[in-house]
Design a protein around this ligand. Structure first.
Ligand code: HEM
Length: 516
């Protein structure tokens, strides 16, 4: 039969029928695939009791030992997929990132408008993309050179503070990374711990308080959000409306302070300055939109960047007190390359392979965000014969990847030498940065800034000071061990003490002579 003699209606119907059949067949085949293995669970609540409460990463890793690289848990019918191997995380979150770059939706997040200043929690879509693009540009390896002046200045303050009151090193580190974040974000320099900008940003912690899982029933029963505020039991709506107002006041207040500072002639290289300069080229509507995004982006630098880097610096102090041999090797390299008469700066970075390896080991030895920020999937997917339902929460176990003995032999030992070959960085060893900063389109945009801050902190502190375990009343070193405290997202060193002493009077004098 010649094609021109075929009835077009018949042809259309046939194509439609074949397509419908193919779709139904594919859908059946997809839903026929089993879910990844996991503990059996109970009716309705599912795996509520199997979900690790204390240490999420280690608890999930125990399940991986029993069930393999993908584990499925269901809680009230919602799927969570835990990923226990680096390869599976890379296959799903990097290679299929168009499907795995969403975040779980928080009803509380919508009610408090948390996303206007916290885009890491935002769903995958145009709003997230626009913010991400701006921040990504400001944090590219070639863009962050402009922040070195801030990092140097703040690190020199840290050295001065350590010299003056070494016992308060925790407080000094907190000030250091808060200051870097506020300078990079707003161009404002915080003046100590009771600084008004620091106080304002701390006010944002009310958001963390309302997001505590289980605090509000509306998170599990979203229909409650439609109750009018006066309805009995709907008092939470007024509470959340207050939080929304307060957060808007804080984020706008500090953004306006940064703008005033700039308008008063304080030219600076902050992200705020870049956004304001760019907005000045746009029409009024587009400029207003740009600034609305800007105030969230700037706040995010502090919320996502200050505590995480501070935690890395605490890990460094802890590791140095526990591993004197590593400290000695690092100091030998610093003495050889920099010499006794000056402090390190960024131009030394490429000449200090051991210090660079040490920073990598700081990031790997203790992972600050052990299960990353949760990703979420957009569509049904099949991986290695298993079905990953649309809307699953997906947790890559960064802690397990960083502790894999096949990749990092004797993983609990702090050993920068694992990254070195013939005195240079060995490209064949997996760089912990490919693990600890997450995956795919959601990968941490601040990773280069964080690594640079840790480099200058570690190099400067080790060039000037010795870090040793605390002494008892008889002046004898006390036993120390590495302990950590976990929240649902982060893991930080538990409070610890150590002795921090200048390596020599001449090194102390180098700090006293600093002029910035
Ligand atoms: C040692 C320090 C840091 C660590 C370990 C760290 C780790 C992470 C991780 C694991 C994620 C989640 C990635 C994913 O979802 O796959 C993340 C996201 C993020 N980080 Fe970092 N981070 C650090 C420092 C910073 C800094 C200094 C900044 C900003 C200046 C920053 C900004 C962000 C932002 C904005 C996101 C959300 C990205 C998105 O959702 O698109 N981080 N970080």
């Amino acid at each position: 039969m010649a094609l021109e003699t075929v009835d077009p209606l018949w042809l259309s119907v046939s194509i439609l029928a074949v397509s419908v059949f193919a779709l139904v067949y594919l859908k059946r085949r997809r839903s026929a695939a089993p879910l990844p293995p996991g503990p059996p669970g109970w009716p309705i609540i599912g795996n509520l009791f199997d979900y690790p409460k204390e240490d999420l990463a280690k608890g999930l890793f125990e399940l991986h030992k029993r069930y393999g690289p993908l584990v499925h848990l269901s809680i009230f019918g919602k799927s969570t997929i835990s990923i226990g191997s680096f390869e599976a995380a890379s296959d799903l979150l990097d290679k299929r990132s168009a499907n795995y770059s969403d975040r779980p939706t928080l009803v509380i997040g919508d009610l408090t408008d948390i996303y206007h200043w916290n885009f890491p929690l935002m769903s995958y879509g145009p709003g997230w993309r626009a913010r991400r693009r701006i921040l990504h540009h400001e944090l590219l390896p070639e863009s962050i050179a402009k922040y070195r002046q801030y990092q140097m200045h703040v690190t020199h303050n840290l050295l001065r503070n350590l010299l003056a009151s070494p016992k308060s090193f925790g407080k000094h580190l907190h000030q250091t990374f808060t200051a870097i974040a506020i300078l990079v974000a707003y161009g404002l320099e915080p003046q100590g711990d009771d600084d008004k900008y620091v106080g304002m940003l701390r006010g944002l912690s009310i958001a963390a308080d309302v997001c505590v899982p289980g605090k509000y029933l509306v998170e599990s029963l979203p229909v409650l959000q439609h109750l009018p505020s006066w309805f009995p039991g709907a008092g939470f709506k007024q509470e959340l409306a207050y939080v929304k107002r307060r957060m808007r006041e804080i984020t706008t207040g500090i953004w306006q302070a940064g703008k005033r500072h700039l308008e008063e002639g304080a030219e600076n290289d902050s992200v705020l300055a870049a956004i304001v300069r760019n907005a000045a080229q746009l029409d009024p509507d587009a400029a207003a939109e740009q600034e609305e995004m800007g105030l969230g982006i700037a706040t995010t630098i502090w919320t996502a960047g200050a505590g995480t880097t501070e935690s890395g610096a605490l890990v460094f102090f802890l590791a140095m007190a526990l591993y004197p041999d590593v400290q000695k090797k690092a100091q030998e390299e610093l003495d050889r390359v920099i010499g006794p008469s000056r402090l390190p700066d960024f131009s030394d970075r490429d000449s200090l392979p051991y210090i660079n390896a040490l920073v990598k080991e700081v990031l790997r030895w203790h992972v600050t965000t052990p299960t990353s920020l949760p990703h979420a999937s957009l569509k049904d997917d099949i991986y290695n014969g298993y079905r990953i339902p649309a809307g699953s929460i997906v947790l890559p176990n960064l802690w397990a990847f960083a502790q894999d003995p096949e990749v990092y032999p004797d993983p609990s030992r702090f050993n920068p030498d694992r990254y070195l070959k013939d005195g240079q960085l060995n490209e064949e060893v997996r760089d912990p940065a490919t693990i600890v900063f997450g995956f795919g389109r959601r990968i941490c945009p601040g990773q280069h800034l964080a690594a640079a801050s840790l480099f200058i902190t570690c190099a400067s502190v080790l060039h000037a000071f010795n870090i040793t375990p605390p002494l008892d009343t008889n002046g004898k070193p006390m036993p120390m061990e590495a302990k950590f405290v976990n929240t649902s997202i982060t893991s930080d060193p538990a409070k610890f003490e150590c002795e921090i002493t200048p390596r020599s009077p001449a090194r102390a004098a180098l700090i006293e002579q600093l002029v910035d």
